[in-house]
Design a protein around this ligand. Structure first.
Ligand SMILES: Cc1cc2nc3c(=O)[nH]c(=O)nc-3n(C[C@H](O)[C@H](O)[C@H](O)COP(=O)(O)OP(=O)(O)OC[C@H]3O[C@@H](n4cnc5c(N)ncnc54)[C@H](O)[C@@H]3O)c2cc1C
Length: 459
């Protein structure tokens, strides 16, 4: 029996551990912080457990739903309520069926663009591209800057807390880049994506969660891991990784009292910077490539309002805010309207959250909790008008929240993976690689575990 050590107990490491635990090998999961789950987290607000990290999982990809099925947990889906964009001082309906902000038909953007901007969008140009470029530059060349500023920016801001004119089209909008490479209009790519979605049987929900919230997923995972005999340790920060005679040694604990854990295989499911540090001896090239990946920090303020006073939040799942409008919040989710399970669990309350902070805009996060909560309320009032006083407010700060897939990201990751090919038994997983969303992270965790198990079987 071999020993597999997995470092990092976010969703990527937890999934890798689950996959590895189906083998006869010993599995040890090391988490540096006091709690399991990474960016999946619950907090108690006004007496109820509420998501203060990720709150929704893409259901158009299979991984999250498959994981729920493995855990014997029923998925739940958001209510069919609409979302808006808060721009030009008004809440405007979110155009339906765009592909990352690129509409099937430019006329779908009438609610967001002024007549000149709309005319430019209608006059779509086919973009000539060779290598990678930013999503913003690609869409701007095709449809004009306003489509980027009013729609692509807030949508990408919601996923990456990043900037459309810096994020890689190859990594963040591959279908749009492929269309451009084939000299096809981007709107045509959006049209065919929509046509595919409507001909592939009954409409399926786009997003999913579980009763108790996405933040309750780690608890279900840990329960199963412990049942399967996996050792799960918190407060165990991996500080060093070295190769020793064909095996690996992971060092945890304080420098004065280090603990060395031997392993036949290791999966690093940590954010890029931590992974870079751990790889510095074994693979300096991979470590350097990972060190180039920037991270956006952000804060989530969650408010609880009395349900009887919360009509203003009904019938909508919330809104996104383009950076061009220079507000402090970048989005608001009306959680109790979006998730019926939450409304049922806390019938007297309405939970609403706002997110603050994009890449390189960390100054807002220097403010105190009270100031952040007040800033969020001030924007909610500006957007919605009469908003009652909350009965509770909770601030969750996420330093190093989301990796930025800058132009050239795919080459950078190919470099990381190439650097690891000469190190059998060592794999990486996590949000830094092939997608920041939970399903993509699950995918990397499974892939890493599969590679490690194949390596151990081949020895
Ligand atoms: C506020 C917020 C909202 C989000 N909303 C959504 C959403 O609604 N839907 C969605 O799909 N995605 C969302 N995301 C993105 C998604 O949640 C993350 O990309 C994903 O959860 C990352 O998982 P991970 O396991 O790769 O990394 P992490 O969750 O970062 O886990 C890594 C773990 O490694 C640990 N660690 C780090 N260094 C060490 C070390 N040296 N030794 C031991 N342990 C270490 C960390 O403590 C952490 O627990 C959101 C992200 C944030 C921040």
């Amino acid at each position: 029996m071999a020993r597999i050590v997995i470092v990092g107990a976010g969703i990527s490491g937890l999934t890798a551990a689950l996959e590895a635990s189906a083998s006869p090998h010993e599995v040890v999961l090391l988490e540096g912080s006091p709690q399991i789950g990474g960016k999946l987290r619950l907090a108690t607000i006004a007496g109820h457990q509420v998501d203060v990290g990720a709150e929704s999982m893409l259901a158009r990809r299979p991984e999250a739903l498959e994981l729920l099925a493995d855990l014997d947990v029923e998925p739940v889906h958001p209510a069919a309520v609409s979302a808006s964009i808060w721009t030009r001082d008004a809440l405007r309906p979110m155009p339906k069926g765009t592909m990352l902000g690129v509409p099937a038909d430019a006329s779908d953007l009438e609610s967001l663009l002024n007549p000149a901007e709309l005319e430019r969008a209608r006059d779509e140009r086919v973009v000539e591209v060779t290598g990678d470029l930013s999503v913003g530059d690609l869409v701007e060349s095709a449809l004009g800057p306003a489509v980027v500023d009013r729609l692509v920016e807030p949508l990408l801001g919601g996923v990456y807390a990043g900037h459309a004119r810096r994020l890689s089209a190859a990594a963040a909008a591959p279908a749009l880049l492929t269309a451009a490479r084939h000299e096809r209009p981007l709107t045509e790519a959006a049209r065919s994506a929509m046509a595919n979605a409507s001909t592939s049987g009954a409409p399926r929900p786009v997003f999913a969660s579980l009763r108790g919230g996405v933040g309750s997923l780690p608890k279900h995972l840990v329960r199963l891991l412990l049942d399967r005999g996996v050792t799960v340790r918190t407060g165990a920060t991996a500080r060093e990784l070295v190769r020793t005679a064909g095996r690996w040694q992971v060092t945890v604990g304080e420098t004065r009292a280090p603990e060395h854990i031997n392993a036949d295989a290791v999966i690093l499911a940590t954010p890029a910077r931590a992974t870079s540090r751990l790889l510095s001896a074994a693979s300096p090239d991979a470590a350097n490539a990972l060190a180039e990946i920037g991270y956006a920090s952000m804060g989530i303020v969650t408010y609880a309002f009395r349900r009887t006073e919360s009509d203003v939040f009904t019938g909508s799942s919330g809104f996104l805010v383009p950076p061009i409008d220079e507000r402090r919040i970048k989005a608001s989710t009306f959680s109790s309207s979006k998730w019926p399970w939450l409304a049922d669990t806390a019938p007297d309350l309405t939970f609403v959250r706002v997110s603050i902070g994009r890449h390189h805009e960390e100054a807002d996060l220097q403010k105190s909790d009270a100031e952040l909560a007040a800033a969020g309320m001030s924007d909610l009032r500006a957007a919605l008008g009469d908003v009652p006083r909350p009965v509770a407010a909770h601030v969750q700060r996420w330093g190093g929240a989301l990796p930025q897939y800058a132009v050239g990201h795919l080459d950078r990751i190919a470099g990381v993976r190439a650097g690891l090919t000469s190190l059998p038994g060592l794999e990486v997983a996590g949000a830094a690689y092939e997608g920041v969303g939970i399903p993509a992270c699950i995918g990397t965790g499974r892939k890493a575990a599969g590679a490690v198990l194949t390596h151990l079987a081949d020895r």
